[in-house]
Design a protein around this ligand. Structure first.
Ligand SMILES: NC(=O)c1ccc[n+]([C@@H]2O[C@H](COP(=O)([O-])OP(=O)(O)OC[C@H]3O[C@@H](n4cnc5c(N)ncnc54)[C@H](OP(=O)(O)O)[C@@H]3O)[C@@H](O)[C@H]2O)c1
Length: 352
């Protein structure tokens, strides 16, 4: 994907996007638009549509850039929206207008939104159920970094892996958005010990600064051997893997007796097959976590995950790490930043 992304970056300049923006008349707002898969996004002027009774119009201040947004725009994600569409599954902003049936939020309220799409725009109209109030003391910027990464971390560690205090958690792509959220929640909420595995010394250093107990740079050799040196042949209790491929298999082989490995993503581009004998030999469990599916299948749990993250953040128990903030017209640069493995923590778009 990195090579394709480089071509993408070369052929659509930021200047072109800026020229397109600003055209049009009447009240309108700017939105990033995916008109063709695997092509750069364009910034277009969009006419606002009326809000329906159950909907809310939000003035978007910050929108998260997730690896999944990029996959969607490449047609490589589980969900494939009809073209053209505006990506962006999480945002923070203020309520501009509410539909006639909405009472949970009112104009001026600060809210977090977690919807499938449409966040990468100056305005977003969503179902009121896709909004969570931001409490006092939590800035919009930090709030925008919580929804996808922290809900994923909380559901993976607590609901799926049932991580216990004192257990050892190994996390791959540890300096990424999900990775740092896993470190934050595992160490500061669950009192677990984290081994951070990442692709460079700088990323390992950041993961250590953010609370990891030890780290492994997997670009320099076997992850399994490095983990064995750290914890002995006993292994780790929990693995949260966002990379897939051989790294997933090495992580699986690093599990302790009755360990749990949670498949969260395939950032490396390869989906590994699980050798079932490994599950049997040490009584280990391999399980998946797909956050978006909980929205449809178990909304109370989905909502509780994000509400917990908001509460932990307000209490100062967790602190999202924002590695970079891009402007809306720099959205293609932001995507490249992630696909070229340059990002750390959460990457945001600022719409203001
Ligand atoms: N299942 C769910 O509900 C869910 C929720 C959130 C995220 N995810 C998935 O989790 C993964 C991480 O997402 P994120 O948004 O948190 O991204 P991220 O970790 O901030 O960025 C991706 C990281 O993956 C690592 N990576 C390894 N091989 C790569 C490659 N070939 N190309 C690009 N990156 C590579 C890089 O870290 P190193 O350099 O350290 O290897 C990179 O920084 C994605 O696959 C995403 O779809 C799934």
């Amino acid at each position: 994907m990195a090579a394709a992304a480089a071509v993408w970056g070369r052929c659509w300049s930021r200047a072109w996007l800026c020229r397109r923006a600003g055209q049009g008349c009447g009240r309108h707002y700017r939105a990033a638009l995916c008109a063709e898969l695997k092509q750069p996004l364009a910034i277009e002027e969009v006419d606002p549509r009326p809000v329906r009774p159950h909907e809310v119009r939000v003035d978007v201040h910050f929108c998260g850039v997730n690896f999944a947004d990029i996959l969607v725009c490449h047609g490589q994600y589980q969900e494939r929206p009809q073209l053209p569409f505006t990506p962006g599954m999480e945002f923070a902003g203020t309520v501009l207008e509410t539909g006639t049936d909405v009472s949970a939020v009112k104009e001026g309220d600060r809210v977090i939104g977690m919807s499938g799409f449409n966040g990468m725009a100056e305005e977003c109209v969503v179902d009121h159920k896709a909004l969570w109030q931001i409490p006092e003391g939590v800035p919009l910027r930090e709030a925008a970094a919580l929804p996808v990464s922290y809900s994923t971390a909380i559901l993976a560690l607590e609901h799926r892996a049932r991580t216990q205090p004192g257990e050892t958690v190994l996390v791959t792509a540890a300096a990424g958005a999900t990775g740092l959220a896993v470190i934050d929640v595992a160490t500061n909420i669950l009192q677990a010990k984290v081994i951070a595995a990442a692709g460079s010394d700088e990323k390992c250093q950041l993961a250590m600064q953010r609370g990891a107990h030890s780290s492994v740079n997997y670009s320099q050799g076997s992850l399994k051997e490095a983990v064995r040196k750290l914890v002995g042949s006993g292994g780790v209790d929990v693995v949260i893997d966002t990379v897939g491929g051989d790294l997933f298999l090495e992580a699986l082989r690093s599990l302790a007796w009755e360990g749990r490995i949670v498949v969260v993503g395939f950032a490396g581009g390869t989906i590994a097959s699980v050798p079932a004998n490994l599950l049997l030999l040490k009584n280990v469990s391999a399980m998946g976590l797909y956050l978006g599916r909980y929205r449809d299948q178990n909304f109370p749990l989905f909502s509780r995950g994000l509400s917990s993250a908001i509460q932990y953040c307000q209490q100062g128990r967790i602190q999202p790490h924002i590695g970079a903030v891009f402007k809306l017209e720099e959205v293609n640069d932001a995507f490249l930043h992630v696909t070229q493995r340059k990002s750390t923590g959460k990457v945001l778009l600022s719409l203001k």
